[in-house]
Design a protein around this ligand. Structure first.
Ligand SMILES: [Zn+2]
Length: 265
């Protein structure tokens, strides 16, 4: 298997640079760092990086790499995640081509991309629908505050997070509530998926998994860990740990990848 990390890194840099350059104040603090302190590449250097990166990609993946999916795609993992530039499929450490169908929008929401999620679940051989939030999600933080000055498009995609924020408790400081609301949003999106794909789940054709990609080590499992917080609506870690879908994981993997910050509402 040929590694793709250099290219993924370059693409990440491209997206990240673009986002930092246009990030409004309401999003800028998502991640806990000052965006203005990060060097921003020029447009020319950014496009050069993307094109050179594609040359590296084709150098490392010859024509045979594409043989298996010339006629169609057969992913078994559909992922709904955030557009955040710090979140990419390389976190799974597996070949993403033809294996992962990805839907991305701010706040990893089903409502804003329902047709795309339907496609992954109903037209592709997906066995797992993974709703993946992430630590320091700027969309969640923005939805918790006043975003009335945002564009119509952004407001429309934050309004759909209102039920999550409204249901959140008011205890603890801002960061504590923010972190919990990330997980609660995952639960909210899982609930939406359970309603949409009820018959597939009941027929054991699909499992909906909720998780948080934690690059801040909020769950105490280390930076970069994928923390499973919900399986088919079950949010109690001790019960998640015994779910049959985890039967190929060993005990250590289960302990290191199942957790919770937020009690179910
Ligand atoms: Zn986000």
């Amino acid at each position: 298997m040929k590694k793709m990390y250099p290219v993924t890194h370059l693409v990440c840099t491209l997206v990240c640079t673009a986002m930092l350059a246009c990030a409004p104040a309401v999003f800028a603090s998502g991640g806990g760092s000052d965006a203005s302190a990060v060097p921003v590449k020029s447009a020319e250097a950014t496009l050069k990086a993307a094109v050179s990166g594609n040359d590296q990609f084709t150098a490392h993946n010859d024509s045979h790499h594409f043989d298996a999916f010339q006629a169609g795609q057969t992913p078994t993992l559909t992922v709904v995640t955030c557009s955040d530039s710090r979140v990419h499929t390389h976190l799974f450490g597996m070949e993403p081509d033809n294996n992962i169908f990805v839907i991305r929008n701010i706040g990893n929401q089903i409502k804003n991309s329902e047709g795309s999620v339907d496609y992954g679940v109903r037209h592709l051989p997906s066995k797992i629908l993974l709703i993946m939030g992430h630590s320091s999600c700027g969309a969640i933080k923005a939805a918790m505050g006043d975003y009335s000055g945002e564009t119509t498009g952004i407001k429309g995609e934050l309004d759909t997070l209102k039920p999550v924020i409204a249901a959140g408790d008011k205890t603890g400081d801002m960061n504590s509530r923010w972190n919990k609301n990330v997980e609660r949003n995952v639960d909210y999106q899982v609930k939406a998926a359970l309603d949409l794909y009820k018959e597939k789940i009941q027929a054991s054709e699909l499992t909906v998994v909720g998780a948080v990609y934690d690059f801040n080590d909020l769950y105490g499992k280390g930076r970069g860990k994928l923390v499973i917080t919900n399986i088919n609506g079950e949010t109690t870690p001790s019960k998640i740990m015994t779910h049959p879908v985890l039967k190929e994981l060993n005990r250590s993997e289960i302990v290191n990848h199942v957790g919770s910050l937020a009690p179910a509402l």
